[in-house]
Design a protein around this ligand. Structure first.
Ligand code: GUN
Length: 290
């Protein structure tokens, strides 16, 4: 067996998220000691998707670690739009709740209108930054809660201390949750941004041009290691199981390590940062509005 040297430094999302949660814990304690209310996050989970259950469980555990109150609501897949909207109305009016999160995707087999659900959340309690008012603010560069995974990606990118201005970023994936908002955040740093997706003609050629690659498509190891430009930064948002059942990202990790200067591992890269940023958005909402 041959071994090859890898040059990439790891961007350790696990370590950074622990630091973020520790800082939030201190902020929350100080807030409570000053006589203010405990911040609270409501999580709403509709249906039985196993991955969504794991994600929400991890979010609730992080609440506990930081001292944020967690209000959890599980609804059967067939609950329906009206009852879901009724629950959101109640959470909007609940003074103990500073952040509301409806875990996505909503069950496909029932006719949920995801956009209507997200718009029903009070924009001031929008812990995910998915409300159209907050998405508009992001587009216009005004302050507002920023979607958690894109915010976490930017925090990891900041670990490199690179001057991003004028560099070329390639975002693979165009979802409302990651691809589009992360592209806007990279643009706000004066990067030249290309968004690639399933209809992109020659993904390899696009990625080969990138100083920064953000992969967020949900296809195991779609981005080949030899597409990565020497010295590039690779931020891998994917969490997939490969054919052997192993957790892998959207980037072929070991190949990419040969070329990249920095890379996020999967697991332990972007994933934990999403949770850190969710708690940050919740505590910020409490500090701003209560
Ligand atoms: N599904 C996948 N990522 C997310 C997220 O960041 N927030 C919510 N609400 N649902 C998701």
């Amino acid at each position: 067996m041959t071994t090859s040297s890898s040059s990439a430094q790891l961007l350790d999302g696990k370590a950074l998220s622990i630091q973020v949660l520790d800082e939030l814990k201190a902020t929350v304690s100080a807030r409570i000691e000053s006589g203010k209310s405990q911040p609270g996050l409501a999580t709403v989970l509709v249906g039985e998707d196993p991955a969504s259950h794991i994600y929400v469980r991890n979010k609730r555990r992080a609440c506990e670690k930081v001292g944020v109150a967690s209000f959890h609501h599980e609804l059967a897949a067939e609950t329906g739009q009206e009852q879901l909207l009724d629950l959101i109305t109640k959470l909007n009016a609940d003074d103990r709740v500073h952040g509301i999160l409806v875990q996505l995707p909503l069950p496909k087999e029932f006719d949920y209108d995801e956009n209507e659900v997200l718009a029903a959340i009070d924009a001031k309690k929008d812990a995910d930054g998915f409300h159209p008012l907050n998405q508009g603010a992001l587009l216009q560069g005004r302050p507002a809660p920023v979607p958690c995974t894109p915010k976490g990606v930017m925090r990891l990118l900041d670990l490199t201390n690179l001057d991003l201005s004028g560099m070329h970023a390639v975002v693979v994936g165009r979802s409302n949750i990651v691809g589009k908002p992360v592209a806007l955040l990279l643009l706000a740093r004066n990067m030249t941004v290309t968004i690639c997706h399933s209809r992109t003609k020659d993904l390899a050629t696009e990625v080969r041009r990138a100083d920064v690659v953000v992969a967020a498509v949900g296809v195991a190891e779609l981005v080949q290691g030899d597409w990565i430009k020497p010295g590039a930064v690779v931020l891998d948002v994917g969490i997939n199981r490969n054919q052997e059942g192993k957790l892998v990202g959207d980037v072929e990790f070991f190949g990419a390590c040969q070329n990249a200067a920095w890379i996020t591992p999967v697991p332990g890269g972007v994933g934990p940062m999403t949770i850190g940023m969710l708690l940050q958005n919740t505590v910020e909402a409490a500090n701003l509005y209560d």
